[in-house]
Ligand binder design. Structure first.
Ligand SMILES: Cc1cc2nc3c(=O)[nH]c(=O)nc-3n(C[C@H](O)[C@H](O)[C@H](O)COP(=O)(O)OP(=O)(O)OC[C@H]3O[C@@H](n4cnc5c(N)ncnc54)[C@H](O)[C@@H]3O)c2cc1C
Length: 465
């Protein structure tokens, strides 16, 4: 029987209220990613020991938590403590695909308009663009060497029908946001270096850029520290309870008393930290492989040579890009188990899809494979705001697999709210996410959704014999 949290404002043992198997939450080591292997590891952030007082405590040292902490310390002069169960960037922020692009929600533009009107949709779009600028600004202002390629992203149609939908979407984006999208017909893919199996055309948008995600996370952590933020690693918050005018956060070796607290745990959230978040998030796996560097001849042999970050139109999305050193990153959604035994099956599926889409590279050795959690919410939109009914508690989460930029600016917005400043959070992000129906069955829903999506997406091209 799993222990339950009785007082809705108190939480114990968050580790037992997580949705997946334990290996996914093993913060004693880094995931075996190319990012960790390609970057010298900084001195680890020490665990919190003893008692500390702070104006603000942030739980989670990913892009959201670190941006919030930096903004609170620099912009609002606050005294901030950040606690992470692992090290800064240990979560999705240090292991993602590095697409700094438009994102944050799983809703279509039409659904966003239905929820918050055309003005609300434009506000959210403006947030998405400003989020990309936020990351670009941080990198250049602080000399963080994370940028890895040119501006823009390419969405590749996996069927003629998907190409038609891309064309309709481009028209809708022009009408609603005044944004240009360049459509690339199937016949022009080869000359644009976009050849892959089952590619039926594409759409180019002149926004976003690729980054080394861990270089950004660790660079940001360094800037936050230099600004006075106290950053503690290997410090899982195992209890959160109201005390006096604020909150007490307990870790295995210490505790913090803070007036205000930001929950920035996203796909690694516990269902009882705080209990309000329980059942409102659905962590979902995303898995990545990285090849060894491809030679120019190998790149030409496949015909996929564009340096622009790319993804496809499938519900079960694939995303891919060349790194500056010639390595190729290929990632995809899917997988509903984090058990050690499931990791090999997930990796095999990623390799198989990679080989089907890029047959000329099917035999190229893979150097690294890893996975992590993205975070969906019950309302398919992100949330930044106060936790209802819990004075001084705030949350920022639910970036729907595209949080590099949105989590960064989401953290800044959370900082503004915590500091009590007028902060224009887009209406879409102010609505507290709904709970998923029958939360204990969330992985079952996910399995069913994947099955339906798989049917809608159709089979990938067959592997060459
Ligand atoms: C494989 C993969 C590929 C992706 N690719 C892209 C991409 O190309 N582009 C894009 O935009 N997005 C991508 N994403 C999503 C993106 O990485 C996330 O949306 C973003 O990093 C979320 O940042 P965050 O700060 O909200 O959460 P995270 O970076 O996940 O940080 C949450 C932190 O909370 C900590 N934590 C949890 N519980 C506790 C506790 N009780 N006490 C203390 N600490 C705790 C965790 O240790 C973790 O470090 C990808 C994600 C994955 C997994």
């Amino acid at each position: 029987m799993r222990p339950r949290c009785r007082n809705p404002l108190q939480c114990r043992n968050p580790a037992v209220r997580r949705l997946y198997e334990d290996p996914a939450y093993d913060t004693s080591r880094w995931p075996p990613s190319h990012w960790r292997a390609s970057l010298p590891a900084p001195a680890p952030a020490a665990p919190l020991t003893g008692f500390v007082r702070a104006e603000v405590a942030v739980i989670g040292a990913g892009y959201a938590g670190l941006n919030a902490a930096l903004e609170l310390a620099r912009g609002h002069g606050a005294d901030v403590v950040v606690l992470d169960a692992g090290q800064p960037g240990w979560g999705a922020s240090g292991r993602n695909g590095g697409f700094c692009c438009i994102g944050g929600s799983k809703l279509s533009d039409r659904q966003i308009v239905a929820r918050v009107g055309e003005g609300g949709a434009r506000d959210f779009r403006d947030f998405q663009h400003r989020a990309i600028e936020r990351v670009a600004g941080l990198l250049s202002r602080h000399g963080i060497a994370a940028r890895q390629g040119p501006t823009g992203d390419i969405c590749i149609a996996h069927s003629p029908r998907a190409l038609k939908a891309l064309a309709e979407d481009a028209e809708a984006k022009m009408a609603l946001y005044g944004e240009e999208t360049e459509l690339i017909p199937a016949a022009a893919l080869a000359e644009r270096g976009l050849t892959g199996a089952g590619f039926h055309g594409a759409a180019f948008s002149p926004t976003g850029f690729p980054i080394h995600p861990l270089a950004y996370a660790e660079g940001l952590a360094g800037v936050a520290r230099a600004t006075g933020v106290q950053l503690y690693g290997q410090s899982p918050v195992v209890a959160l309870a109201p005390e006096g005018q604020g909150w007490r956060l307990t870790t295995p070796q210490g505790s913090v008393l803070a007036r205000r607290v930001l929950i920035a745990t996203n796909g690694y959230s516990s269902d009882d930290l705080p209990p309000w978040i329980g059942g409102r998030t659905l962590p979902a796996q995303s898995a990545v492989l990285m090849t060894r560097p491809l030679s120019a001849a190998e790149r030409r042999a496949q015909g996929f040579t564009t340096p622009i970050m790319s993804y496809d139109t499938r519900h079960l999305l694939h995303y891919f890009r060349h790194l500056p050193d010639g390595r190729f990153l290929f990632g995809m959604r899917g997988g509903i188990s984090a058990a050690t035994s499931a990791a090999a099956r997930t990796a095999a599926r990623v390799r198989d899809d990679f080989a089907r889409m890029f047959p000329a590279w099917a035999a190229v050795p893979v150097e690294a494979e890893w996975s992590g959690f993205v975070c969906l919410t019950g309302s398919l939109a992100p949330f930044v705001g106060p936790v209802p009914g819990a004075q001084g508690l705030y949350a920022a989460f639910g970036w729907h697999g595209n949080g590099v930029a949105p989590a960064s600016l989401g953290g800044v917005l959370a900082a503004g709210l915590i500091a009590g400043r007028p902060t224009p959070v887009p209406a879409l992000m102010r609505i507290p996410p709904r709970r998923f129906p029958l939360p204990p069955l969330r992985r079952t829903w996910l399995r069913a959704a994947y099955a339906v999506y798989g049917l809608q997406d159709g089979a990938l091209p067959r592997r060459a014999a």
